[in-house]
Write a protein that binds this ligand. Structure first.
Ligand code: PLP
Length: 268
């Protein structure tokens, strides 16, 4: 008998350039050997240099996708990315509780590096009050963590305080990604239960990559969904190591940065 199908549900926006969004999520989930299912929240029109529009879908259509996937596939984890507006935030919050989704990972994306809004400003309160308490892991980058905590994050101590503050909003684990900070390393600060530690990686100088946040959060969801062992530091290290490998591969192919590339068959 074949082993049961393990799947991860990626809820988020389509990025037609393939630089980020659910297209990239599915590649990350596949690299972990899990089946990627998707619920699209919005269609964005963007490329490497410009962002023309974000077009949210009707919340009912988002709900129908999630229900239909859960009826059949019973995902072992969920990754949530672009939510576009408050109605979709509320729908996703209802769905992840109603469908008893496990291993909930939220990348609280607000603005893409190509300049488009991925969540309306007015929906940020819904995100923090309705979704944060339901999530196991949230993965803000430094600018997102500053906005969500209303703190200036200059020192490692500031970042630790911000992670603790975000954890008080509900998620069991907060990972503040260090990619936007300077310095030779690109470490992410993790606050898991009452423990702090970092996920280290060497910074590759001179290159900017699109989609690393999507890739990391999807990798965390896939890593958590790979077995029944639950949230543990080694699962987060596995996700970070995967992202580092993809960036190193992409850097060889395109030293100046840009879109992440990894060949089909790339394994985490
Ligand atoms: N486009 C969509 C629809 C996204 O959801 C995301 C990230 O979540 C991005 C683009 C990526 O943005 P960035 O270029 O900042 O990595």
């Amino acid at each position: 008998m074949s082993p049961p199908l393990r799947s991860v549900l990626a809820i988020g926006g389509s990025d037609c350039s393939g630089g980020g969004g659910v297209g990239l999520d599915t590649r990350a989930i596949s690299a972990f050997g899990l089946h990627p299912a998707t619920a699209i929240t919005a269609v964005t029109v963007q490329n490497r240099t410009s962002f023309s529009s974000a077009n949210p879908l009707e919340p009912g259509l988002v709900q129908a996708q999630i229900e239909t996937i859960c009826d059949d596939l019973f995902p072992s984890a969920v990754k949530i990315g672009m939510l576009a507006n408050g109605a979709i935030v509320s729908t996703v919050a209802r769905m992840i509780t109603g469908q008893k989704l496990k291993n909930r990972v939220l990348d609280p994306v607000l603005v893409s590096s190509s300049g488009g809004r991925l969540l309306e400003k007015e929906a940020i309160t819904a995100l923090t009050s309705e979704l944060f308490p339901l999530c196991d892991v949230i993965t803000p980058n430094l600018p997102e963590a500053e906005l969500l905590t209303q703190m200036r994050l200059k020192t490692p101590d500031d970042i630790q305080k911000a992670a603790a503050l975000l954890q008080k909003m509900g998620p069991r684990c907060v990972i503040i990604k260090g990619g936007h900070a300077g310095g030779p390393n690109s470490g992410d600060l993790v606050c898991l239960d009452d423990q702090f530690f970092t996920l280290e990686a060497p910074r590759i100088p001179g290159a900017q990559w699109r989609g690393t946040g999507c890739l990391f959060a999807s990798a965390v969801a896939a890593s958590l969904g790979s077995d029944e062992g639950g949230l543990a530091p080694e699962k987060l290290h596995r996700a970070k190591d995967f992202v580092t490998k993809v960036i190193q591969y992409s850097h060889k192919k395109s030293p100046s940065g840009g879109l992440l590339v990894f060949p089909s068959g790339f394994q985490a």
